[in-house]
Write a protein that binds this ligand. Structure first.
Ligand SMILES: NC(=O)c1ccc[n+]([C@@H]2O[C@H](COP(=O)([O-])OP(=O)(O)OC[C@H]3O[C@@H](n4cnc5c(N)ncnc54)[C@H](OP(=O)(O)O)[C@@H]3O)[C@@H](O)[C@H]2O)c1
Length: 384
C-alpha cells in the first residue's frame, strides 16, 4: 500500500493553485518538509476528504457561557487602534487617526456590531484608552457596547493571580469601566498550571471585575483543561479566540471547533479577513504594508482564494470578497472580529450580516481554504 505523499511547501502551494483553478477537485494529505522550506515556515495541512461543514444557523445573538452578556455574531477587532508597528497609526498609515477610529466605532454600533475586542498590549494600552474615550464621549452608543479585553500571561508573571488582577485593574482604568464583559487569557504561554490561571480568573470574577471569561490560542486539550478547571470553581469557559479564516482553516480540521461546540465554548475568529489579504485590495503585485505576520501565504495563492470569493459574491448580488469571507466564518459557528480602521471598512464588514451563503458555496470555499502557516512565533503562540 502506498503511504501519504509528503511534498514540500512549494508542492503544497502548487497543488492548491491547481485545485483553486479546478473547483470540484479534492486534496490529499500533505505535510511540508521544513528543511526544504526557504521561508522556514511550515504549512500544517489537513487530511482526508474535505466536506462542507456548517455550524448551527447563525443566531442574531450569542450569550456568553456563565454570564448574561449578549453579543452579536460579528464583532470589531481594535488592535490597530493606537498601534504603530503593525497597523501604521502615527506611521505608514496617515489615514488612521482618532477621527477615523471614532467613525469606525459609530458605524459599527449603528450597524449592530457592538462587540469590541481589545487587549492590554495593543498599542501598549492605547487601544483600551481610545475605547475608554469613545465610551465616555458617546454615552448613548456606549450603552450597547460590549468590551472584551485580554491579560498577557508572560512567563515571568509567576504570581499569576496578583499579576492578572493588577493588569485587569489597569485595563479597567484605561477603559473607564467597573468591569469588562469578557476577559481572556491572551495566549498559552504561562509557566503556571491551568488550575492557577483558573484561580486568577475566578478571583477577578468574584471581585465583580469580569462578567465572562475566555482564553485565546488554546489547543483542544488546553481548552478542555481550562473548561474543567473553571467548572471546578463554579465557572464556565465562555470563549476561545483563535486565528480562523480562509487562510487558516486548521481550527476546523483539527477538531478544535467541534471540541468547542461540545464544551459550550464559543470560538471567536481573529484575523478573519487575513489581515486585509481577503478583501481583494492586495495582490501579488500589491502586497499589504506593515509586518502582517498572520497566515502569510504567498499572495499568488491568496489571489486564487480572493477570485473564488469574488465569484461567489457576485452570485449574491455583488457581495464583496471580505463580506463572503466573514460570512464563511459565521457559517462555521464562529464569531469573526475583523479590524476596522474607518467608517468605510466598518460598514463593509457589517455587510457580512443578514444573509448566508448556501451549502454549495460553503463547500466551494472549503475546497480553496488554506490550512494556515506556522511561523516559529506561531508555534509558541498558536496552539489552537
Ligand atoms: N488573540 C490573538 O492572538 C489575536 C491576534 C491577532 C488579532 N487579534 C484580534 O483580532 C482582530 C482582527 O484581526 P486582525 O486585525 O489581525 O486582522 P483582520 O481583521 O483580518 O484585518 C484587519 C485589517 O484589514 C483591513 N480591512 C478591514 N476591513 C476592511 C475592508 N472592509 N476593506 C478593506 N480592508 C479592510 C484593515 O487594514 P488596512 O486598511 O491597513 O489594510 C484592517 O486593519 C484584531 O484587531 C484583534 O482584536 C487577536
Amino acid at each position: 500500500m502506498v503511504g501519504p505523499v509528503r511534498p514540500t511547501l512549494g508542492a503544497y502551494y502548487s497543488g492548491m493553485l491547481e485545485r483553486i483553478r479546478r473547483p470540484g477537485g479534492d486534496i490529499t494529505p500533505v505535510l511540508s518538509d521544513r528543511k526544504l522550506d526557504p521561508t522556514r515556515q511550515q504549512a500544517t495541512c489537513w487530511s482526508g476528504t474535505l466536506t462542507g461543514y456548517r455550524g448551527p444557523m447563525v443566531p442574531d445573538r450569542y450569550t456568553l457561557a456563565g454570564s448574561d452578556v449578549s453579543i452579536p455574531p460579528l464583532g470589531v477587532g481594535t488592535w490597530a487602534w493606537g498601534d504603530r508597528s503593525t497597523w501604521g497609526m502615527g506611521g505608514y498609515d496617515t489615514n488612521l487617526t482618532l477621527d477615523s477610529i471614532q467613525e469606525a466605532w459609530e458605524a459599527s454600533i449603528d450597524a449592530g456590531v457592538t462587540l469590541f475586542d481589545t487587549a492590554e498590549i495593543y498599542g501598549r494600552g492605547e487601544s483600551e484608552r481610545i475605547i475608554g474615550t469613545m465610551l465616555a464621549h458617546d454615552p448613548q452608543r456606549a450603552k450597547s457596547g460590549v468590551v472584551a479585553s485580554k491579560f498577557m500571561p508572560f512567563p515571568w508573571k509567576l504570581e499569576v493571580r496578583g499579576a492578572l488582577l493588577k493588569s485587569l485593574q489597569a485595563s479597567l482604568s484605561r477603559l473607564g469601566l467597573p468591569a469588562v464583559d469578557l476577559y481572556q487569557i491572551h495566549g498559552p504561554i504561562s509557566l503556571r498550571s491551568h488550575a492557577a490561571l483558573a484561580d486568577a480568573l475566578a478571583a477577578a470574577h468574584e471581585a465583580g471585575l469580569v462578567k465572562a471569561v475566555g482564553v485565546s490560542n488554546y489547543s483542544v486539550s488546553g481548552t478542555r483543561s481550562m473548561a474543567k478547571e473553571l467548572r471546578a470553581r463554579g465557572m464556565q469557559l465562555a470563549t476561545n479566540q483563535i486565528e480562523f479564516s480562509l487562510l487558516r482553516r486548521s481550527p476546523e480540521t483539527s477538531g478544535l471547533l467541534a471540541a468547542c461546540a461540545e464544551l459550550g465554548v464559543l470560538p471567536i475568529a481573529y484575523s478573519p479577513i487575513g489581515q486585509g489579504r481577503l478583501t481583494g485590495k492586495y495582490s501579488e503585485s500589491r502586497p499589504p504594508p506593515g509586518k502582517r505576520n498572520q497566515s502569510k501565504h504567498p499572495m499568488a495563492i491568496v489571489d486564487g482564494v480572493v477570485a473564488e470569493l469574488r465569484s461567489i459574491g457576485n452570485k449574491y448580488g455583488g457581495k464583496l470578497p471580505s463580506q463572503v469571507a466573514l460570512n464563511w466564518v459565521m457559517a462555521k459557528g464562529v464569531v469573526p472580529i475583523p479590524g476596522a480602521k474607518n467608517r468605510h471598512q466598518a460598514e463593509e464588514n457589517a455587510g457580512a450580516l443578514g444573509w448566508a451563503i448556501d451549502d454549495e458555496d460553503l463547500a466551494r470555499l472549503d475546497r480553496v481554504a488554506l490550512s494556515g502557516v506556522r511561523s516559529l512565533q506561531g508555534r509558541i503562540w498558536q496552539h489552537g
